[in-house]
Design a protein around this ligand. Sequence first.
Ligand code: AKG
Ligand code: FE2
Ligand code: ZN
Length: 598
Amino acid sequence: MDGNRSKNYEKKLNKKAKRSQHIVEKQTGIRCTDSVTQILAICNSGLVNGLSEDLVFESFIKYGPLEKIKMVPGKSCAFVSYKSLESAALAYNNIHGKLNIAQDNKPLHLSFVESFPEDLINKYDMPPGLLLLENFISEEEENRLLQLASFDADIESTTGTLKHRQVKHYGYEFRYDINNVDKEKPLSQEIPPDCSFLWKRLQETSNLFFEPDQLTINKYKPGQGIPPHIDTHSAFEDPIVSLSMGSSIVMEFRQDNGSTIPVLLKQRSMLIMSGESRYNWTHGITPRKMDIIPTETGLTVEQRGIRVSFTFRKVLKGECSCNYVNKCDSFLRANGREIQSHSAVKLEKSYVHDIYENIADHFSDTRHKPWPNVVGFIDSFEAGSVLLDVGCGNGKYLACNQQILKIGCDSSSSLVNVCRQRSLEAYICNCLHLPFKDQSVDGVISIAVIHHLANTERRLQAIKELRRILKLGGRALIYVWAKDQYKDEQKSTYLKQDRRNRKGKHLTPQTNTDSITITENNISLPVHTNRTQFQHQDVLVPWKLKQEKLQEGDKLFLRFYHVFEKGELEEMCKDLDNVEIVKSYYDEGNWCILLKKI
Ligand SMILES: O=C(O)CCC(=O)C(=O)O
Ligand SMILES: [Fe+2]
Ligand SMILES: [Zn+2]
């Protein structure tokens, strides 16, 4: 019996393992092999499944000295290399199919591989523009500077305890609420003169002329860190320098594509961030109590102590003029003006209408569940009423309430066809010009439509069209996507679908790694990172076709959205003649309003 079961188990395991091996080979180009090698691939788990380098280290070091670990950003695999074949074989026998640390506590699948994925990114490379000067100060100088940083007694406005660490500012306060300094309000406490020898040394050793006027002291206890971020472009000049004291720590630099370079900031080292590393890469410190660091003989774990860093910056007068426009708040502000009408029409055509035609089938496959509050609204109409669904999509609301007459319309002919195939009544039209007479319907819904219009004037026009066709006493329900996807500290369904967020590991929203797309008519729009909080109101949101439908040459589809601020929808409706706001509310990441024609 038992023998049978384990045979069966092994058969199943092998089948699954073969499948995940295949994926690793496809994703990384690294070849799996049946012979024993020093290098193992974890084939079914990686950073995207929440597997951490720490846990890999902890689990694999038990079987012998390790050489390297490579977590592959954005992929569900990782690589571990041992110093000997014996250790690798021992690890394989003990872990493969047995150690339950893959997603949902499933066992890891391992495979021996022919080579280590060095070229995916060399761990010991530096991001461009980053310079690390080790032993920049002596122990004596370190002690002297650390005395300046005693946080104890002086609780004042320039000192604060953030969730993750203690901070203290000189010269200008860096305000974490606005992510900038108040340039008009320098602090009375300037950078202590005891620090001045540092710029002289920078000049002597590296020919760097730098005279900062702002200092932030950060104090990290073991287990504390700083979330990945880019120091606001418009706040400071280039470079930014940071002196590490008290304890060494690993700082992670990350690029848009997810590749991450851990940089070991040794105690008494000086880090200089300039160019790409300052403007285009995020830097952050993972809150943990230890770091895994490479040494001559392999990887070891080093416990963190209390680290104090002095970050020196020069406040920027005026706006940033860098070329890294996708990360540049100055650039975004200058280009974030209301989109002009003629551009709006083009934008909606390319980034809304055309896109829906392209993704209609897949979109329709993913839109089945009507939202309860919308159904409640539709059910509230008397038998025989006429209800129009403007932007009906695949017609999911046209199938509700059999007592009333429902008509749908949508700008996408493909979606209207889907409705017709389902024997639902639907027409093609644009929501700005509804082919209905004045005062002809009892109810109208506009669910997730108006946020696709590219400026306020057009969004208002769409609402006025709804008003026009309503009979007196008729009611309209409007849903638009909210910029804020948190309500009462609760994530919306949209955010919860982030795999990285599932286990509640990231309680704070992911930081902004939006990139920029310049549209044909020269409008720069940030490309939103799906399943994260919105950073901007006018954004392009990627639509990914499901893997099996993805064909060679298929591109990522970007849809234009204007996500609404709290109160924005009400503000638009409150001065409209002939309607009253019956109620407005937040529903699963949407701002919603119920209007009545009067
Ligand atoms: O602790 C450090 O070295 C960096 C601090 C930092 O990035 C910041 O305050 O913006
Ligand atoms: Fe920073
Ligand atoms: Zn900039």
